[in-house]
Design a protein around this ligand. Structure first.
Ligand SMILES: Nc1ncnc2c1ncn2[C@@H]1O[C@H](COP(=O)(O)OP(=O)(O)OP(=O)(O)O)[C@@H](O)[C@H]1O
Ligand SMILES: [Mg+2]
Ligand SMILES: [Zn+2]
Length: 257
């Protein structure tokens, strides 16, 4: 039984043309598509993906820009893993396993690929949130500045924020390892990541160092190893290489080689 028999809950209805020789599809008046779009917009807004990476998908991640065969191989491997991760997300989700993209070089495409996975998952109606580690820490600190009377109230809103971060189904934690580590930072990260691990929530990390080299508390490092599969990225900045390649391609097109 369909809720909307006109479009059979697809959002599209078939309409016959005037002379009945042809038919075409149009958005059904039940508004299913509009509701779907609204829901997607809500998810996109919640995700807070930086403008630079809006709408970028795993498919358009380039592997031809890196300069050596080995780097291209690493990039192809990372891209293939990302692709399969998205395709098999419903099953992988049960395992709670995320990914950890790392490379010592800045601009190698780690955030680009992590965000592309996020964008692809949002299209599958998964709730995703993007945040750098510094944003997470700043948000926590901001709860201290709110006007409250008692210590309990202060602790309460910090706890609530941390609980909110724990409960996001897929969290992209960008640039872990850049923060100055203190016992305060360790405690917050521990609470967030331990909570997410216990609840088997998916976390996708990007970092400039391998998991083992993170300066965070050992308990956190252990948990990250448990929560995510480390994927090495090329030690090469693609920012400039990609721009040069694009300019070259454009020049070829313009002068008709
Ligand atoms: N493989 C790629 N295909 C297309 N564009 C890319 C690729 N890799 C990187 N870029 C572009 O290069 C820029 C830098 O990439 P990105 O921010 O992902 O690097 P990063 O590894 O996260 O760097 P950092 O360590 O500084 O955070 C971005 O504008 C991104 O869109
Ligand atoms: Mg980055
Ligand atoms: Zn309908």
């Amino acid at each position: 039984m369909y809720r909307c028999p006109k479009c059979r809950d697809t959002g599209w209805e078939e309409v016959e043309g005037e002379d009945k020789r042809y038919s075409f599809m149009r958005e059904c008046s039940c508004g299913l598509l509009d509701r779907h779009k609204l829901k997607m917009q809500g998810k996109l807004k919640f995700a807070a993906i930086p403008k630079e990476f809006e709408n970028l998908t795993v498919d358009s991640f380039r592997t031809d820009c890196y300069s050596t065969p080995y780097y291209r191989e690493l990039a192809q491997m990372a891209k293939e893993i990302a692709k399969r991760y998205v395709a098999q997300f419903q099953e992988i989700r049960e395992t709670g396993k995320g990914l950890y993209f790392y490379s010592s070089v800045k601009g190698s495409g780690k955030t680009r690929l992590a965000v592309s996975i996020a964008n692809d998952l949002i299209r599958k109606m998964v709730q995703v949130k993007f945040a750098t580690t510094l944003q997470i820490l700043d948000q926590i600190k901001a709860t201290y500045g709110e006007k409250k009377r008692t210590d309990d109230e202060i602790g309460g809103s910090e706890q609530k924020l941390i609980q909110d971060i724990i409960s996001v189904p897929v969290l992209v934690v960008d640039d872990i390892g850049v923060e100055n580590v203190s016992s305060w930072v360790n405690e917050r990260f521990y609470n967030i990541l331990n909570g997410r691990m216990i609840e088997k929530r998916i976390t996708i990390f990007t970092s400039n160092c391998s998991v083992e080299d993170l300066k965070l508390d050992e308990r956190i490092v252990n948990r990250i190893l448990k929560m995510a599969l480390p994927i090495e990225f090329p030690a090469e900045s693609i920012r400039i290489l990609c721009a040069e390649k694009e300019n070259g391609d454009l020049l070829d097109r313009l002068i008709g080689k």
